[in-house]
Design a protein around this ligand. Structure first.
Ligand code: ADP
Ligand code: MG
Length: 748
């Protein structure tokens, strides 16, 4: 049977914490046919890849709904946003309600105003009960539902802890209220239960606000879409919605218009502001035959263009999809966090029960606790349960990934997934392709050198141009360009063929004609010592020399020179400062390669590497124990990009080849490679800080909550303070991640 893999990004509603996401993920993975499932609590989405012969959306839906979550399907960002806003409003209403009732309860209890104004104890307790109970079961309803559902699935989550902690306080207080006489010193803790719920809701609320803000990058990208387009229909200009433009339509652009879809100019010239897509702030000039990208802005001219990509195929849509996928993907570090989070809740429950038993059965009397030992032990139990909620833990990594990839997209640095984002910061060796990556990739002919009596420069050039007429290779293009500028007749060639990394051949006037480097000459048996020496003579100052042979004889050479990209040297220097070793890889000969490498400050050169061997060279470097990135233009170095730990495709400009590379740099600026590494390092740093906050905080606070400071100092952690601290920890983690938005690469 044919396998048909399908990949879907599905929105899920009703997740309360990272363990929810984990539980859904596990369940999805158990569905037969599902190959990959990543669920992100932060983006509230699942990335699922499945074999459509064995599984379908309904199976996913059923599984998600069985767990008690909402299957929202493939919704677009606008819908997702509405859902998020709805959720935000609900939480806010519940929060206000529980904050009001909770604080009244607390004030009444602290001031003891009820009993001192003459009410009986039982009546006072009853009033407090009336205030705290709606908080417990209306505002706290979602926690009960969450805990119940995960219990059904024999799992635990954050809700389990909240329910356990607050219900203990509420239930104990209610029992005391019902029969105060059976307790030696009757006291209630309705403020504890109500305030814990209030604080947790406050944390949830702030977290939801921050989450919306963190996902702002996608919203921004979506906001870039043009709403209207002017299309030519039967010679008339008609305004339509931009999603109605079809491939092949002729679209009219006036100055100031937003380009509605991708296409090619068929009439006119103009300058465009492409900064929203490429991050490049300089306007770009375009004329007939050049490509336009949707969402960019036409500045000066009046042009007509033919739509080539519309709807989901446009570059903007591709970028949105890529960023969305990246934001929902999981960083390797997250797997460790998930493992810990998975055992955290049960462990906490065990610890809290142990704490309770220890103090109740032994500790309280041993350490001379005054008052009711049962109450004392219960309070410690509640404090441990509450403080240990692994909420911040689950947010630490995903929020940083969301903000990091989002910020990257804004800068024209598209990071394909969280793994790439994490790995890029660890790069030790960066291998650069020469032509088109370090150099501009548009070489120009500098010298034409005839070698044979009776043959002039023009003869060499015309034969060379004839061979290369159909060539896509930059050297070929340079030769054809030069010949065309001289306006002489270029003889027609037959049987044109290129030999990757070596040269090209064709038949001209019935004679076998070849053009290429030494490897190619030697393959053809034409590489004599004198030819070799003459080539070397011209291989100075980084020029590339190719030989031309016609009818089995070398007739001359052509030297071409490419210029280094403006920021090449700066980028290599910066990488060196960052401890990254740069290597140049090229199919060009050693002398030329070394000269170019020296110009940009690279010490290690791998020359005369055929395109097919580049991947093997990368592998060699990896086998030497290095984390290797390959930077290329993605044209003939795709295998090397794929082999490297991180493939960085640069300067894809308006033609993003999303399949190539883990990181795609839209602008043709090598400093963005540096920026990508820096962004990655910053993101990892944020993740570490966040994990430290979350883990450090949970683990450091558990012993305090368990009463470890009580024997020496008499210090106990009030469960209400524990709840406040927990809420604060989640918020601080999300806020810290949001700071990544301020990331600014040097020089931009
Ligand atoms: P790079 O590794 O710099 O991208 P390539 O692998 O494309 O370079 O080519 C390596 C060398 O092979 C070139 O420097 C040139 O000498 C020769 N070569 C390959 N194809 C052609 C061609 N079509 N015309 C001229 N020379 C070519
Ligand atoms: Mg190349």
């Amino acid at each position: 049977m044919r396998t048909a893999d399908e990949e879907k990004i599905i929105s899920i509603g009703g997740m309360h914490c990272a363990t929810c996401a984990l539980n859904i993920e596990e369940t999805l993975r158990e569905i037969p046919g599902v190959k990959v499932a990543n669920v992100s609590f932060a983006s509230e989405k699942a990335n699922v890849k499945y074999d459509s012969n064995k599984a379908d959306q309904n199976a996913l839906k059923a599984a998600i709904e069985d767990l008690g979550y909402k299957f929202l399907g493939e919704i677009d960002e606008a819908q997702a946003e509405r859902k998020r806003e709805e959720e935000l409003r609900t939480i806010r209403t519940l929060l206000i309600m529980s904050a009001v009732l909770g604080s009244i309860t607390m004030v009444l209890m602290i001031s003891n105003v009820l009993m001192s104004s003459g009410l009986s104890m039982q009546l006072s307790f009853f009033i407090l009960f009336l205030l705290a109970t709606p908080v417990q079961f209306v505002a706290g309803y979602r926690f009960y539902i969450g805990a119940y559902r995960s219990l059904l699935n024999k799992k635990t989550n954050m809700d389990t802890l909240i329910v356990l902690g607050t219900s203990t306080a509420w239930l104990y207080s209610t029992i005391v209220m019902l029969s105060p006489d059976s307790f030696p010193n009757p006291e209630v803790y309705f403020d504890t239960s109500a305030m814990i719920i209030t604080f947790i809701l406050a944390g949830k609320y702030l977290e939801a606000v921050a989450k919306t803000r963190a996902s702002g990058a996608i919203r921004k990208l979506i906001g870039l879409r043009a709403k209207k387009a002017v299309v030519l229909k039967d010679g008339k200009e008609v305004e339509v919605d931009s999603d109605q433009v079809m491939v092949g339509d002729i679209v009219v652009l006036r100055p100031g218009d937003k380009v509605p879809v991708d296409g090619t100019i068929v009439e006119g010239t103009t300058t465009l502001d492409e900064s929203m897509i490429t991050g490049e702030s300089m306007p770009v000039e375009k004329g007939v035959g050049t490509e336009l990208v949707g969402a960019t802005i036409n500045k000066t001219g009046y042009v007509k263009f033919q739509a080539t990509k519309v709807g989901r195929d446009t570059m903007l849509s591709q970028i949105i999809k890529l960023v969305e996928e990246a934001q929902g993907s999981k960083a390797p570090i997250q797997r460790i966090v998930d493992k810990v989070a998975g055992i955290f809740v049960p462990t906490v429950i065990i610890i809290s029960v142990a704490v309770f038993l220890f103090w109740y059965l032994f500790g309280a009397s041993y350490f001379g606790v005054t008052g009711d030992h049962l109450i004392f032990s219960l309070i410690l139990f509640v404090a441990v349960v509450v403080i240990a909620c692994p909420c911040a833990m689950g947010l630490a990594t995903p929020t940083a990934i969301i903000v990091g990839t989002g910020r990257g997209a804004e800068l024209g640095i598209l990071i394909k997934n969280a793994e790439a984002l994490e790995e890029a910061g660890k790069i030790q060796t960066m291998v650069f392709d020469k032509t088109g990556t370090l150099t501009i990739g548009r070489p120009l002919v500098t010298d034409v050198i005839p070698l044979k009596q009776g043959i002039g420069e023009n003869d060499v050039l015309s034969i060379a141009a004839s061979i290369e007429k159909g060539s896509e290779h930059p050297i070929g293009k340079a030769i054809v360009l030069e010949a065309e500028s001289k306006h002489f007749q270029i003889p027609t060639a037959e049987g044109f063929e290129t030999i990757s990394g070596k040269g090209a051949r064709a038949i001209i006037n019935g004679k076998e004609s070849i053009l290429g480097n030494r490897l190619f000459l030697s393959d053809a048996g034409l590489l004599s010592q004198s030819v070799d020496r003459s080539m070397s003579d011209h291989e100075t100052a980084g020029k590339t020399v190719v030989a031309i042979a016609h009818g089995g004889e070398v007739i001359g050479f052509i030297a071409v020179a490419d210029t280094l990209k403006p920021n090449a040297r700066l980028a290599i220097e910066e990488l060196k400062r960052m401890g990254i070793k740069s290597i140049m890889i090229t199919g060009d000969n050693e002398a030329t390669a070394k000269a170019i490498a020296a110009q940009c400050g690279i010490d290690i050169v791998l020359s005369q590497v055929l395109p097919g061997e580049k991947a093997a060279k990368i592998q060699e470097l990896q086998e030497q124990g290095s984390i290797v990135a390959m930077v290329g233009d993605g044209i003939n170095d795709a295998p090397a990009l794929a082999q490297a730990n991180i493939g960085i495709a640069i300067g894809s400009g308006t033609d993003v080849a999303v399949e190539t590379g883990d990181i795609i740099i839209i602008r043709d600026d090598l400093m963005d490679v540096v920026a990508a590494v820096k962004l990655s390092r910053r993101t990892i740093q944020k993740i570490r800080q966040n994990l430290f906050w979350a883990f450090g905080y949970n683990t450091a606070a558990i012993p305090v909550a368990a009463g470890i400071l009580f024997p020496p100092f008499g210090i106990l952690l009030n469960p209400i303070i524990a709840a406040a601290a927990m809420a604060f920890s989640s918020v601080s983690v999300v806020t810290n991640a949001a700071l990544l938005k301020r990331f600014r690469p040097s020089g931009r």
